[in-house]
Design a protein around this ligand. Structure first.
Ligand code: DX5
Ligand code: ZN
Length: 217
């Protein structure tokens, strides 16, 4: 199975967002990954609702929104209204994760849970059958262009086992430092979706790079 490719708009040219979104529309990308950072949960600030709405206006592919914010419960409806199709929250940032997941689903979005590199996958065992997506962070969240943490490949395998055991339909998405070298290893380990920021937008021909990632094997 070919992986879903989710280029991260964080590495796009913000002065030419429409151009970059249109490039993604015409490419083999499946989702547009949208990173939201609040300067509290992570040591960086990205952008907020007006920018998501601007992306949505031009996007022909689903918006895969990754919240790296404290208290995401306060804003779930606003993210839906801004155009989120997948909405992922961090395990480490949600005290009542079960409630948050169901609130996301009740709003008509796919619900995802992201876990940081230090968080073991087995903390998801009692929620895995109720979620649509797990984002395995392969860098510490907050910045694009960081180095891939190799042990994530083993983590993908553990998560795949957990998903099979629990008969869950959750997809595995890997986020951070994904490149043309580790992509085939991640797919082989069981990843269903790959996020790529720097690898796509830092390349000479982003459309071709997306296609190479899509055909990783
Ligand atoms: C990291 C973000 C990532 C980031 C990935 O905090 O969650 O989605 O944009 O960028 P690259 O692929 O450049 O590591
Ligand atoms: Zn992300």
């Amino acid at each position: 199975m070919k992986p879903l490719i989710a280029p991260s708009i964080l590495s796009a040219d913000f002065a030419n967002l429409q151009r970059d979104v249109e490039m993604l529309n015409k490419s083999e990308a499946d989702w547009i990954h949208v990173d939201i950072m609040d300067g509290v949960f992570v040591p960086n600030i990205s952008f907020g609702f007006p920018v998501i709405k601007a992306i949505k206006k031009h996007a022909k592919k689903p918006l895969d929104v990754h919240l790296m914010i404290a208290n995401p419960d306060n804003f779930l409806k606003e993210f839906k209204e801004a155009g989120a199709d997948n909405l992922s929250v961090h395990y480490e940032g949600c005290t009542h994760l079960h409630r948050t997941i169901h609130a996301i689903r009740d709003l008509g979005m796919k619900a995802g849970v992201a876990i940081n590199p230090h968080t073991p996958v087995n903390v998801l065992q009692d929620i895995i059958s109720e979620i649509d997506l797990v984002i395995l962070m392969s860098v510490n969240p907050g910045f694009g262009g960081q180095k891939f943490i190799e042990s994530t490949i083993q983590k993908v395998k553990y998560l795949k086992q957990l998903i099979t055991t629990k008969k869950s339909k959750a997809k595995i998405e890997v986020d951070g430092g994904v490149d043309l070298k580790n992509a085939p290893l991640l797919v082989k380990a069981g990843a269903d979706a790959l996020v790529a920021g720097n690898t796509v937008f830092g390349s000479k021909n982003p459309t071709e790079t997306i296609s190479l990632l899509k055909n990783s094997k």
